[in-house]
Design a protein around this ligand. Structure first.
Ligand code: HGA
Length: 621
């Protein structure tokens, strides 16, 4: 949430910062801004409400050329202060210091009161403005001393409670960019005679493939020629330069109208990439979870999964799998609840966090809480995430990276699918380590996963039919999604997707719960989406279907060909798949639900990739 980009170069930095912002726009898009040091070494700033294209237009239209060799830029997802031009970053103090910030300064009111007493004036309602003033104040205390800007930032940081990734420039040091990180991600891009910072690598791929991932508490002093990094204690430290395997092309839209559509259709390949190197012909490699995995998995007696949003739904599917297939107790909870209650953590629990970005603030806090808890013994931690070098990977004992590739659409699609693949591999790895899964059953799971890309490709072929069905939602305000077993969390995911991108209210229920309340809602104004795999619960589900039909509900049923439900009257049936197993069924049935939300959103004319009020990678509470 919120995207930062900055740089220092011999060439004009403005086009690089604009391109970086466009690539980070998925992180926030209520307003944006840029500040550069111009030829006279004065700070110049442009800010605009709304999307980056508005900023770009303002820059083009500015009467004086807007250019510079040192600059910072920001795309905002507001936490403090409404989306408005005066709240957009960079924030500037007395024309001398400019700051971009991702995170929340929790004690900003206290700092603001002190700064008002010192005579500072505030022009925004943000928490961030206190950062600019504090650095300015520290600079006035330091005067002209060497490395004054670096020291001023380090001194200022001691006053801040909360989370930040910061980019700072100042007129008294016109060749230096300062970056700081605590609780929000920040990378340094290493070029030749030029250096950059950004919230994630995708912003900088057009200019470099080489990155330093800043660690918690790091402050970096960056010039064209040098990068010096100081850790939380102020000691100078070496941080490895890593080469990204991503290409600039990986985050481009290609022939698709939206990233979400592109990402839905990338799912077969994302599954292939996530399985690569993790399975042999018939077996799962336990070491895919890390070299200590086998020893850690041998001792665990239960699994606790913590996640938010779509990742939480993948955890809920896994709960069914863990308990059903290998008899291992599994609890799943949303991170924002778990972190603020006083959970009973039992000995020998595997603590699994799931997050696309690896930066989800609530999930990270829940992990830290468990790591610091003295209540239980032997709590190995594992994270399933899509971004290498993210905070969750650094703080967990074991990491499993989903190889979904960059996910830009705010509504998660391929990350969810690959999380489910990761969880299927996890249950197989634990089951075989603990001898609760025979070699034969392991082989069945592996073969199912190998078939999965083909199953997904087939499911994607129903797009034309789904485009027709989407029309049913054109004039509706509400929808119900029903499923049983693992299809219940898939129904939850379908409902979430519809809410997120079409703004239609949608709820998911376990189909057996209909009679306990939601049946009262049924009429021809609330489309009901049902998922009907050919499993042990099919006959029960068919009864639920009759209950809806008897009350005049309009139904869309996504079924397994072998479920043998036929379209009639107000019930339309899509034979979405066939021959799916316990693991492959929920992953496959999710595909038509993704397509349905996407096409309903197109009809509603919403901003599919950047739905209102939302942002990707929720790095704030
Ligand atoms: N608190 C700052 C930055 C917001 C942010 O990082 N969002 O993810 C603001 O509201 O401007």
């Amino acid at each position: 949430m919120c995207g930062i980009v900055g740089g220092v170069a011999e060439r004009n930095i403005v086009p690089i910062l604009l391109e970086g912002l466009k690539r980070l726009e998925y992180r926030g898009y209520d307003s944006s801004g840029m500040a550069v040091l111009d030829g006279q070494q004065q700070i110049r700033r442009v800010r605009a409400l709304g999307k980056i294209k508005n900023l770009s237009q303002k820059i083009q239209e500015s009467t004086e050329e807007f250019a510079g060799n040192l600059g910072i830029a920001h795309t905002r997802w507001a936490t403090h202060g409404i989306p408005a031009e005066n709240n957009a970053h960079p924030h500037i103090c007395n024309n001398r210091v400019a700051v971009v910030h991702n995170g929340i300064i929790e004690n900003y009111q206290e700092l603001k009161a002190q700064q008002l007493d010192k005579g500072y004036r505030f022009t925004s309602q943000t928490d961030t403005e206190v950062v600019a003033h504090q650095i300015h104040y520290e600079l006035t205390l330091l005067g002209e001393s060497e490395d004054a800007l670096l020291k001023a930032v380090q001194n200022a940081l001691r006053h801040f409670k909360g989370a930040y990734a910061l980019g700072v420039v100042a007129v008294n040091d016109p060749h230096t960019l300062i970056a700081a990180r605590k609780g929000s991600p920040l990378v340094i891009g290493i070029g030749i005679g030029e250096h950059f910072i950004a919230s994630d690598v995708s912003a900088l791929l057009p200019v470099t493939q080489n990155f330093i991932f800043m660690e918690e508490g790091d402050v970096a002093h960056i010039t064209r020629e040098t990068v010096r990094i100081f850790d939380a204690t102020g000691q100078i430290v070496e941080r490895a330069v890593k080469q990204s395997t991503l290409t600039a092309h990986a985050v481009e839209l290609g022939d698709h109208r939206h990233y979400m559509h592109k990402e839905i259709f990338e799912q077969p390949q994302a599954v292939i990439d996530t399985l690569e190197g993790r399975i042999t012909q018939e077996h799962v490699l336990v070491s895919a979870f890390g070299h200590q995995a086998e020893a850690l998995f041998a001792t665990i007696e239960r699994v606790q999964i913590i996640a938010c949003g779509t990742s939480y739904h993948s955890g809920l599917v896994a709960k069914y799998w863990f308990e059903d297939i290998i008899g291992l107790p599994c609890q799943v909870e949303v991170a924002s609840e778990y972190r603020y209650r006083n959970p009973a953590v039992l000995d020998n629990t595997l603590f699994v966090t799931i997050s696309q970005s690896g930066e989800t603030a609530d999930t990270l806090a829940a992990l830290q809480q468990v790591k610091n808890s003295k209540k239980a013994k032997n709590i190995p931690t594992l994270t399933i995430c899509n971004v290498p070098e993210s905070s969750l990977t650094r703080e967990s004992d074991l990491t499993f990276l989903t190889h979904a590739g960059p996910e830009i659409g705010v509504a998660s699609t391929k990350a969810f699918t690959t999380q489910l693949v990761a969880l299927a591999l996890l249950l197989t790895a634990i089951g075989k380590t603990q001898k609760h899964l025979s070699s034969k059953r392991e082989t069945i799971i592996v073969r199912g996963l190998q078939k999965l890309p083909g199953l997904l490709r087939n499911a994607l072929q129903h797009e034309d039919k789904i485009i027709e069905l989407a029309q049913l939602f054109a004039d509706k305000n509400s929808a119900l999604f029903l499923g049983r077993g693992t299809m219940y969390p898939i129904a939850m995911e379908g409902a979430l997707k519809l809410k997120e991108i079409s703004y239609i209210h949608a709820e998911a229920y376990p189909a057996g719960e209909l009679k306990h309340g939601p049946l009262a809602l049924i009429d021809d104004q609330i489309p009901v989406v049902m998922i009907a795999p050919n499993d042990d619960l099919l006959e029960k589900l068919k009864s639920n279907l009759q209950e809806v039909k008897a009350r005049g509900g309009q139904m869309i049923v996504f079924e397994d060909e072998l479920s043998n439900i036929e379209s009639e009257g107000s019930m339309q049936v899509v034979k979405a798949t066939t021959n799916v197993g316990r693991i492959t069924a929920p992953i496959t049935f999710n595909i038509p639900l993704q397509l349905l939300s996407y096409h309903v959103a197109l009809i509603k004319g919403t901003d599919v990739d950047q739905p209102r009020n939302l942002a990707k990678s929720v790095t704030v509470e």
